[in-house]
Design a protein. Structure first.
Length: 157
């Protein structure tokens, strides 16, 4: 079965433009994100215009994704929008937007996502989420190690 995003160009020259408004499953873009995940559906809107012998799509894709906050590891869901441009020769008969959209999502992927601008992160000593509770440990500046320090000593009375 062809992708819903493989759009026929056969009426392009007669109509002058082809509007695109498709909602597709996120599974069409399995490798778009290196971290995090897409949620639900992806909506693609725009239009295809003929430019000489080329069909040019201009539009945007949008949806929801989920990342972990880089400071406290809480999952964060956020809406995203990515501009999309694609083209194909009109003679090809169709324009498949799938790969261009996958790349656009990949480029739009945030480098760092935080659950809120003032996220306090995890305590470097006890890993308590300090947004939820103040464990009372002093913040001793940037930690070189992310690993929790756990020392377990057998207690032999
Ligand atoms: Zn956070
Ligand atoms: Zn602590």
């Amino acid at each position: 079965m062809d992708s819903q995003l493989k759009i026929s160009l056969k009426d392009l020259k007669d109509k002058g433009e082809i509007p695109v408004d498709e909602t597709v499953e996120k599974e069409l873009f399995p490798d778009a994100l290196s971290e995090g995940a897409l949620i639900g559906t992806v909506t693609v809107k725009g239009r295809i215009l003929p430019v000489d012998d080329t069909a040019v799509f201009e539009g945007a894709a949008k949806g929801l994704w989920r990342f972990e906050c880089v400071r406290c590891l809480t999952p964060v869901e956020a809406p995203w929008t990515a501009p999309v441009e694609a083209e194909a020769p009109i003679d090809a008969g169709h324009l498949d937007l799938t790969e261009e959209i996958r790349q656009s999502i990949s480029l739009a992927q945030p480098m760092k996502i935080v659950c809120r601008p003032d996220c306090k992160g995890l305590c470097a000593v006890c890993r308590q989420n300090r947004n939820q509770k103040d464990c009372g440990h002093k913040d001793e500046g940037p930690q070189m190690s992310q690993r929790p320090r756990l020392t377990i000593r057998p207690d032999k009375g």
